[in-house]
Design a protein around this ligand. Structure first.
Ligand code: SF4
Ligand code: SF4
Length: 375
């Protein structure tokens, strides 16, 4: 496969949004070991954003990567997120604060974060794209791109209006491939039509494609021994134009597994593709809630009732898919202690406005309340 960015040494990137934690702080010593192992094995791409772990991800990048390795040993991507600027004047100070937090003089890639129809309007009104291209001219950013969460048609509009965008990060995995709300394949086709290279996020759909229901898991056990994550990540990397697949790695075990099959990447065979389509069909027949656990809906006080939305969806999925009955106790004694219950939702819609998966959260919370608040 021809690479547009040959400086990306391998096709696997270290997503720093789900780092190992020790209570409320990042487990810095473990992240240092993870970063070192990643670099030692020839990988060099790291991805962060200011909102990841409430600002702690950027600081972990500085402590674990930047302070301990030469700048030319790694590529670093950061993002401009809409909630941190209200006008054009806010963008440069925010950008400078990101450089400082990460301890670098420039970013290799700077992405307009989470672009959808609504965010795009805000970015345009604030001349965010123009500002990013100016930063590129000044050498503070090497490449300008976007991360995208909306329908294919919205992406077509963005890439038509801003043809200088160099790279597009999309959600791409075998479950969302033909999903009607995510439209991964259609979005991919639009990016290819515009001749842009791609970066992939959510290849394991927030972990959903790692912990598979038994019937689906059995399908992958018939293959030749790879982990569930390995098939999902190799699926994304097997498509033409995929420069980089991000994995949000949370411990040494995950990084070791990822390195084992991405160090010398081999595209999926036809048999492996067929197995993944079978897994997709099994998954879909179970009607689980396709929440990725990104937590955008619970950050920045989006929910006035402090309902732990993604945790409730995980709880519901575990009960429905794995018939894990202790979820009732978990719901009652952990999730809703000091936080809102699903039935406390006041229908304000704040969560749905920021959900990149376009989930009907209010309706789903009613299902959760029906399941867990029966008495
Ligand atoms: S709609 Fe319900 S769950 Fe969503 S933010 Fe409002 S109160 Fe919270
Ligand atoms: S409900 Fe949507 S915004 Fe909230 S964690 Fe799930 S995918 Fe993310």
């Amino acid at each position: 496969m021809d690479r547009v960015f040959p400086e990306m040494k391998k096709q696997l990137g270290f997503g720093m949004m789900r780092l190992p934690m020790k209570g409320d702080v990042v487990d810095i010593e473990q992240v240092k070991r993870m970063v070192d192992l990643f670099l030692e094995n020839g990988f060099n791409y790291f991805d962060t954003a200011h909102g990841y772990i409430n600002g702690l991800s950027e600081l972990a990048v500085r402590e674990c990567l930047v302070k301990r390795h030469n700048r030319d040993e790694f590529l670093l991507t950061d993002k401009l997120t809409g909630q941190y600027f209200k006008s054009k004047a806010d963008i440069r100070p925010f950008f400078q604060s990101q450089l400082k937090a990460c301890g670098v003089e420039y970013f290799d890639f700077y992405l307009m974060h989470s672009q959808n129809a609504t965010n795009f309007k805000h970015f345009k009104a604030c001349h965010a794209y123009e500002t990013a291209f100016e930063l590129k001219k000044e050498g503070k950013v090497r490449h300008v791109g976007i991360s995208f969460h909306d329908r294919a048609q919205v992406l077509d509009q963005i890439l038509t209006e801003y043809p200088d965008i160099e790279v597009v990060q999309i959600q791409f995995n075998y479950l969302d491939y033909d999903d009607e709300s995510v439209e991964s394949k259609k979005v991919y086709d639009v990016v290819r039509k515009h001749g842009k290279p791609l970066l992939v996020m959510e290849p394991v759909k927030g972990g959903s494609l790692v912990n598979l229901p038994e019937k689906a898991d059995n399908v992958l056990r018939e293959l030749d021994g790879g982990s569930n994550a390995s098939y999902a990540i190799r699926f994304a990397a097997s498509f033409e134009g995929m420069e980089m697949v991000l994995s949000g790695m949370s411990n040494m075990e995950q990084i070791e597994d990822n390195i084992s099959y991405m160090k010398d990447f081999k595209p999926l065979s036809d048999v492996e593709f067929e197995s993944l389509w079978k897994v997709r069909d099994i998954f879909k027949s179970l009607n689980s809630i396709p929440c990725t656990g990104c937590r955008y809906c619970v950050e920045e006080n989006h929910c006035p009732k402090h309902i732990l939305i993604p945790d409730m969806f995980t709880c519901m999925n575990k009960k429905m898919i794995f018939h894990s009955w202790n979820q009732d106790y978990y719901y009652e004694d952990v999730l809703t202690v000091g936080n809102g219950k699903a039935s406390d939702c006041i229908n304000c819609g704040g969560c749905e406005r920021v959900c990149p998966q376009h989930l009907p959260i209010r309706k789903l919370l009613k299902d959760v309340a029906e399941e867990f608040e029966k008495d």
